[in-house]
Write a protein that binds this ligand. Structure first.
Ligand SMILES: O=C(O)CCC(=O)C(=O)O
Length: 288
């Protein structure tokens, strides 16, 4: 694992990424960008709390509470109802322009360009805002490789990125990684967690892994491969854990499924770029 404050990666960073399967990049995102991510998240929080209020589950909107506690207090008062653990389509509906800017951010594209080795890059339609409450099974991400969710894409030229909107550590659910294990390839899927619907590694295989927490501050990003085993540490704090994860793929590996909701974010031929109107049109018919 290595650290850097550049969004164009050095040879040493690339070597560390290849060796460990993940890399922490310190201070690569502007605080203005993080502020935009927080604003988009707050719009969703408003939307969700208002829905509970309208259903009569809560009698106040908890507007005095801070970013990490408002949603949690409202959710607990509402009787801990189900909420989407990845409100992807809602985010586009509620914050279209901001989401376009978040998903096609230039700093993230610079990092992706270094890793993918091409300037022709698609921002993948699978992105997640993660509302993770303390001690809550439903959002407790088990050890998994991202490619376990899309096994036929295990070998494509793709990079995954995760960043928090507040400091995260091993006690408030930072991600943790198993260095070097991406080189083993794809593990068998364990789908026994029927209740929560997560796919992951078999528990006996997960137990063997080294577990290195990636503690991050706002502005830091951890990047990882499709086959890097990772998990989220439990949230033992008294607040929500708020993070985003995004994916970028080499344009030449982006097939019809990828392009259904993916956006060409950077390309040598400007005509190939997905403009805002086309982005909105794609998401209007979105099923996932
Ligand atoms: O944020 C989480 O809890 C899980 C994120 C994750 O596993 C991912 O980005 O692939």
């Amino acid at each position: 694992m290595s650290v850097t404050c550049q969004s164009r990666l050095s040879d040493a960073d690339l070597e560390a990424f290849q060796r460990d399967g993940y890399l922490i990049l310190r201070g690569v995102l502007d605080q203005d960008y993080i502020a935009e991510c927080i604003t988009a998240t707050q719009t969703w929080i408003d939307h969700q709390i208002q829905a509970w209020y309208d259903e009569g589950l809560i009698s106040e909107l908890y507007e005095e509470e801070d970013f990490r506690h408002r949603f949690l207090k409202a959710w607990q008062a509402a009787g801990e109802p189900y909420y989407p653990r990845s409100p992807r389509k809602d985010m586009i509906k509620l914050e279209a322009q901001r989401m376009y800017d978040i998903l096609l951010n230039e700093r993230l594209l610079d990092i992706a360009e270094s890793i993918l080795g091409t300037e022709n890059i698609v921002s993948h339609g699978i992105f997640n805002l993660r509302p993770k409450a303390p001690n809550q099974k439903f959002t407790d991400t088990p050890w998994h490789q991202d490619a376990q969710y899309f096994r036929e894409y295990a070998d494509v030229n793709m990079v995954n990125m995760w960043f928090p909107m507040h400091p995260v550590d091993a006690k408030n659910s930072c991600l943790a990684f198993a260095p070097g294990m991406h080189r083993i390839g794809l593990f068998e899927n364990d789908e026994s967690d029927i209740q929560n619907g997560f796919i992951g590694l078999k528990p006996e295989e997960a137990k063997q892994l080294e577990c290195v927490p990636a503690e991050l501050n706002p502005g830091d990003v951890v990047i990882f491969t499709n086959t890097t085993p990772h998990t989220a540490m439990p949230n033992l704090s008294d607040g929500m854990r708020w993070s985003w994860d995004l994916r970028f793929i080499d344009y030449k590996d982006a097939d019809e499924w990828t392009m259904e909701l993916g956006s060409v974010a950077r390309h040598q031929d400007a005509d190939q770029l997905t403009k805002f109107d086309a982005f909105i049109e794609k998401w209007q018919g979105a099923e996932w």
